[in-house]
Design a protein around this ligand. Sequence first.
Ligand code: UDX
Length: 439
Amino acid sequence: MKISVIGMGYAGVVTAACLSELGHEVIGYDIDSQRINSLNSFNPQIFEPGLDKLIEKNCNLKRLTFQHIDDSDLNLGEISIITVGTPSDPNGSPNLEYIWKSVEWTTKHLKDNAVLLMRSTVQPGTGDLIESKFCEHQSINYISCPEFLREGEAVKDFFTPDRIIIGGNNSKAVEKVVQMHSGIDSPIIKTKIITAEMIKFASNAFLATKISFINEMAAFCEAWSADVDDVKDGLGLDHRIGKSFLNAGVGFGGSCVPKETRAFTSLASNYGFKSHLLSSVLEVNENQSQIPVRIIQKIFPDMNNVRVGILGMSFKPNTDDIRESPSIKIAQTLSSLGCQVSCFDPISNQKSAEKLGTSVKFETSINNLSQNKNVILLMTPWDSILNTDWEHIYDSMSEPKILFDGRNSLNPETIKNIGFNYVGVGRGISSSDLDSIII
Ligand code: UDX
């Protein structure tokens, strides 16, 4: 099939490359000519394992190309997939500005009976509005087919999804989208447009709920000196619960989980009710991201010039995405409280520096970061960070040599035996342990 993908961001580039790998003829479109040129030179400009090789292979096979939306020889094919961003407005509701612009442009250039496939995450009800406003009078068929790609694992997730959700009113168009996915072995749910949109939102909100649940349990573990990792294992062995997304830590970030969860809370008020559960999920998450601040405040009554090193700035390993990253929030808060903050990330130093400006310092190595620091915050457990020489790090720090393990990624005994004052999240180190090291 001839397919066009509109919007060459994280989801768009992965979708275009993987569809061409399935054998389709794909053109990726974007408004940014520099990004188009970079993609045609096989550089996706995003860190996503395996993506650059997939682009190079399929571009060389002439079944993947990238074009600017103003090019004259537009050919949007049988299916045009919208993958533009849907950032949050300040009040938490999704900003659909890019959606409207891309839908208007696409439907202007699509042939009759073509399929307009929405892959971007839009609030329930948006698809029906687009269908009535842009599609019906042009006999274009609207389909909602949300993506469930995790950053850092997006290529794998594309080819081995847990499910494919297809929302549409025209059975021929639905079947065409089923065909588009041929070669992928996965359960398919065909449903209404608004239901497909709801499944996407509810999936991320449920993941957020699981994470905030285990983080609330972690607070009880701190109070009772219990171990949240064993709690996770004990819960997870119940097949009705499952152990995924029960890892306690500094909370969830990224461009999707926070946004979709917040959207529910802001949309609820549009319908005259409050989303009590998800509001609490977000409150727990915000509280979680401030744990390192509370630890430092407890140990250093005067925080001025406390030297803090932050290891890992992206919101999770294997991505360069810093959107809603707890590390960014912590760096801003600690710097505003007078700490001297240095940061290191193997991939996203530059993006973080553009966000944080001169309020913090950036180091190009873990060893440089740890020099003379009083506190190290391990916020993003990249393998390269976890495998560092922690004894060398310990020797290069200054007292009281606190190591906060924001994702419970290290072995507490190993780290304590080196001499660190180790603090995890819900790992039985209660606040009384900190009393002994107040400066
Ligand atoms: C998520 C969804 O998983 C994906 O299906 C959707 O398409 C996009 O949003 P992603 O944002 O890449 O994917 O991140 P994910 O791997 O889901 O992690 C989200 C956040 O939760 C990260 O900040 C991660 O550190 C955190 N997390 C995850 C926890 O705090 N605990 C866990 O147990 C798992």
